[in-house]
Each structure stands twice: as structure tokens, then as C-alpha cells.
Design a protein around this ligand. Structure first.
Ligand SMILES: *Cc1c(COP(=O)(O)O)cnc(C)c1O
Length: 397
């Protein structure tokens, strides 16, 4: 079994209930009953050998955790109520007062906001690095650096970094620190790759988190996140912080994500093909200065994507010519009918949103024109192209 779809549908993990349905059962609990006091005192849950309390896991949450670890090529997984809470959990599990955090300048915005506000208030400092320049990461690593976030491709602007080179910078710094120092960890926001575009642990990262809200769910109806590791000690740190924070997920939400996993690789593939088609088509339209999509030659980091990835997600961004005003860009977005205005992506419906990139980053942004990010859904690609075509005249009006 080498195909990911096959592995996910014929997954060996079964909750110990002996009921041979295709779909795993949906188990729900706050309370789990023990047969006697001895069991109440000694029952273990951290290794998934048993159940002790709803927040510590159910057969349903353990099933999704096992499958998420499989998808990403990891061994251990912890579920949380959203992708953003997965980011915050990683930060809280590994960072202490006095530590420093490094974040790519094009990272998912709320990752930066949590570092700027809560982590700063807790005495944890952060710096931003240029993810397209490993030398910049090397220059910004200091004695207090404890965690380096990575994201491929970057949020909104979709630059594809040289993940291997960025990880090598951290490994080099760790080798110089020696045994007694606390080592620097790497954490990847793998929502874009979803475990399909590349294997995060082959890139050498320590921790991979995902917003299951996006591809694994696929329905635009569930919020959930996951944190996967290959290292048991790193997993136990996340799991204990998770337990102390009480970050439970609902059995019904887990059921929806488990259902979504059956079709995830097919959806990813279909949306990838449609996105490449639309991104290439947009490149040739009047008023368009650049299209950002890692598979397009000329998009930042294209060579890294070509070397390291076997697929691309359903996102592309269009940078308009500098003569086109924000009012014209907004009118174009308003005129679109199938591409609806809204956040998030990887659901059935196509979405778009204008962004003010210079206000989102600390490093220079070379383009003078405005940007719109598109998330391609599961509609027929000809209909989506026709929708873009009928709205484009608003750009020049
Ligand atoms: C959506 C998203 C998240 C956060 O997921 P939520 O479930 O909406 O909190 C994190 N990272 C990336 C790259 C995302 O696109």
C-alpha cells in the first residue's frame, strides 16, 4: 500500500470495540467509568492503552490522531480545537520566559499576533526572518533562540522556502551549542502541504502542525488542528501542556474530519490542477503584474518547490499593476459571483480576499500594486475561469 488514499481508507488502527463497520464509531464522553478503585488510580491514557477522561481522548479522537500521524509521516499526534490553537499550543509547550522565537515574515498572520501580544507579555521575545534567505535566519539566531517556525508556502504571498537549508541553519546552531544547552526546535505550519505535497519529517522538522479546518475537513464546516511529532519526548511535552490547558475536541467534529480524510488526496489533486490552470490563465490578463503560485516559474521559490514538493495547494495570489487602484480591485472582487468573499480555504466553495501586504510584514515588499488571494474550490474550472473573465473589466473601469 503506497497510495495515501489507500493507506487512509485501509488504516490498520481500530478502536478496541470489535464492531467491523467501514466508518469508525463516534464515541463521546466527559466521564469514563472505571471498574474499581485500583483501575481509577492506575489506568494509563498517555500511550493510548486506555481511557480515563473525555479530555484525555476517546476511541474516536485516538483514531483521527493515528491517521494524522500516518499522513504526515510522524508517530504521535495531538488534536486541538483549531489550527490557531495548534500554533499556540506548540509555542506554549516549548517556550519559557526569556526564550526567543523566530517566525518567517510571511507566516500565517495570527501566528505573529499571538507572538506579538501574549508571548511578549509572558517575557518571550520574537524576531521575524526572511524565509527566502537562510543567511538571514542564521544571522538572527541568538543564544536565547529556542523555536523557529517554518511555513511552506508562506501565507498570502506564497513564497516557497528552501526548507532543508532553513532546517540546516538550526541544526548547525544546535551542533555549536553542545549537549548541555537547550536545543533550538523547528515547527512547521504544514496546512498548505497537508502531508500530501511533501513529507515534513523528511525535510528534518521536529514538529508539524496543521489546520484540519482546511483540507482534512474539506467541508468549510469544522474547526480543528493537529500537532504531529516523530519524537516521543517532544510529543509528551505537547500532550502535557494540552492536558493542562484542557483543549478538548468534539467527537462529532472528529467524525466529520475522519469522513473528509477518505476523499482528501483526491480533492487535493483536483484542486491543485484547477488552481494551476486558473493561475496560468490569470498571468496573461490585462492589469495583472504577477501571479504568485509556487508551481509557476518566476514565482518566488519556484526552484525550491520543484525540488521538494510533488503537489501544490488550491491557493494563488494576483498582484495587480500599480496603476490599478484599491477601489478598482475591490470592485473586481465584488463583481465575482462564484469566488465568494471570505476567509479560509480548501473547502468546496471558491473564495477570494484583497490584502494590504506592506502592512503585514517587516521586510520590504517589492510590488507597488494591490494583491488578491484566491482559494479554488471544487466547482468546474471552466465556470471559475468564466467568472474571473466577467469580473476583470471592473479592474480597468
Ligand atoms: C487557516 C490556517 C491556520 C489556522 O487554522 P484555524 O483552524 O482557522 O484556526 C493556520 N495556518 C494556516 C497556514 C492557515 O491557513
Amino acid at each position: 500500500m503506497t497510495g495515501l488514499s489507500t493507506q487512509l481508507i485501509h488504516h490498520p488502527y481500530r478502536p478496541p470495540d470489535g464492531f467491523a463497520a467501514v466508518a469508525p464509531g463516534v464515541h463521546k464522553a466527559s466521564t469514563v467509568l472505571f471498574p474499581n478503585v485500583h483501575a481509577l488510580r492506575t489506568q494509563e491514557w498517555k500511550d493510548k492503552s486506555g481511557y480515563t477522561y473525555g479530555l484525555h481522548g476517546t476511541p474516536t479522537t485516538f483514531t483521527l490522531e493515528e491517521r494524522m500521524a500516518t499522513i504526515e509521516g510522524g508517530l504521535f499526534c495531538t488534536l486541538v480545537p483549531s489550527g490557531l490553537s495548534a500554533v499556540a499550543l506548540v509555542d506554549m509547550a516549548y517556550l519559557r520566559q526569556g526564550d526567543e522565537l523566530l517566525i518567517p515574515d510571511n507566516a500565517y498572520g495570527p501566528n505573529k499576533a499571538f507572538a506579538n501580544v501574549e508571548l511578549a507579555a509572558w517575557g518571550i521575545s520574537r524576531r521575524y526572518y526572511d524565509p527566502q534567505n537562510p543567511a538571514d535566519l542564521a544571522a538572527k539566531m541568538g543564544p536565547a533562540t529556542r523555536l523557529v517556525w517554518l511555513e511552506a508556502a508562506g501565507s498570502i504571498t506564497l513564497e516557497y522556502p528552501d526548507l532543508r537549508a532553513l532546517v540546516a541553519v538550526v541544526q548547525h546552531a544546535n551542533a555549536a551549542r553542545g549537549d548541555s544547552a537547550r536545543l533550538v526546535l523547528t515547527a512547521l505550519d504544514n496546512t498548505w502541504g497537508a502531508g500530501i505535497a511533501f513529507n515534513p519529517f523528511e525535510m528534518g522538522v521536529d514538529v508539524s502542525m496543521q489546520a484540519l479546518t482546511k483540507y482534512p475537513s474539506g467541508g468549510a464546516d469544522v474547526l480543528m488542528g493537529s500537532v504531529v511529532t516523530r519524537d516521543e519526548a517532544l510529543h509528551q511535552q505537547v500532550l502535557m501542556t494540552h492536558m493542562r490547558l484542557g483543549l478538548g475536541v468534539s467527537g462529532n467534529d472528529v467524525e466529520l474530519v475522519l469522513r473528509g480524510l477518505n476523499t482528501m488526496t483526491l480533492r487535493y489533486q483536483a484542486q491543485d490542477m484547477a488552481t494551476r490552470e486558473l493561475a496560468s490563465w490569470m498571468l496573461h490578463q490585462a492589469g495583472v503584474a504577477q501571479v504568485l503560485h509556487p508551481a509557476l516559474p518566476g514565482s518566488p521559490g519556484h526552484a525550491n518547490w520543484l525540488r521538494d514538493a510533488r503537489a501544490a495547494a488550491c491557493l494563488f495570489s494576483v498582484v495587480f499593476e500599480s496603476g490599478i487602484s484599491q477601489r478598482q480591485i475591490d470592485a473586481f472582487c465584488d463583481r465575482l459571483q462564484l469566488f465568494r468573499l471570505g476567509w479560509s480555504w480548501a473547502g468546496p466553495i471558491s473564495l477570494c480576499a484583497p490584502y494590504d501586504v506592506p502592512s503585514m510584514r517587516t521586510t520590504p515588499w517589492l510590488h507597488a500594486g494591490g494583491l488578491v488571494r484566491f482559494a479554488v474550490g471544487l466547482e468546474a474550472v471552466d465556470d471559475l475561469r468564466a467568472d474571473l473573465a466577467q469580473a476583470l473589466p471592473a479592474l480597468l473601469a
